[in-house]
Ligand binder design. Structure first.
Ligand code: SF4
Ligand code: SF4
Length: 126
């Protein structure tokens, strides 16, 4: 059995080996918000060697008082602007936002494990 990830308070485990064959289902599909904090904006701008204002202009949009990553529509799928379909990976992996780092252990999914299993093939009932 591969190394599974678990987190206290969650009823499921996660097999990260599934990411290789999954084709980024958590970075594509239905439209959604990927929120970024000011610190994350700075880290992403630094990684991409952009001035913060230019980074915001190119890659973010305002949702209420927060910023979210833009999406790119690909054959009906709303892909995160940083998802790379050719390499099946995140183009800003080292500086990806907390929301991405903490997936699939989000409080939202604690009571919605079936919804999560539909999205992520790495979820295993413990
Ligand atoms: S949906 Fe799950 S298995 Fe697929 S890339 Fe995301 S975390 Fe990995
Ligand atoms: S920043 Fe990276 S990990 Fe997060 S949704 Fe975009 S492509 Fe996926």
């Amino acid at each position: 059995m591969p190394d599974l990830m678990r987190q206290e308070g969650f009823s499921y485990a996660f097999n990260p080996a599934k990411c290789e064959s999954c084709e980024g289902r958590c970075c594509t599909g239905e439209s959604g918000y990927i929120y970024v904090s000011q610190d994350e904006i700075s880290a992403l701008a630094t990684l991409l060697k952009l001035e913060t204002d230019d980074f915001i202009e190119q890659y973010l949009y305002k949702k209420g008082y927060k910023y979210s990553l833009k999406e790119v529509v690909h054959e009906g799928s709303y892909d995160c602007v940083f998802y790379n379909r050719s390499s099946n990976g995140c183009g800003v992996y080292e500086a990806r936002p907390t929301q991405c780092r903490t997936f699939p252990f989000w409080d939202y999914f604690k009571q919605r494990v079936d919804e999560l299993k539909d999205e992520c093939p790495g979820i295993i009932n413990d």
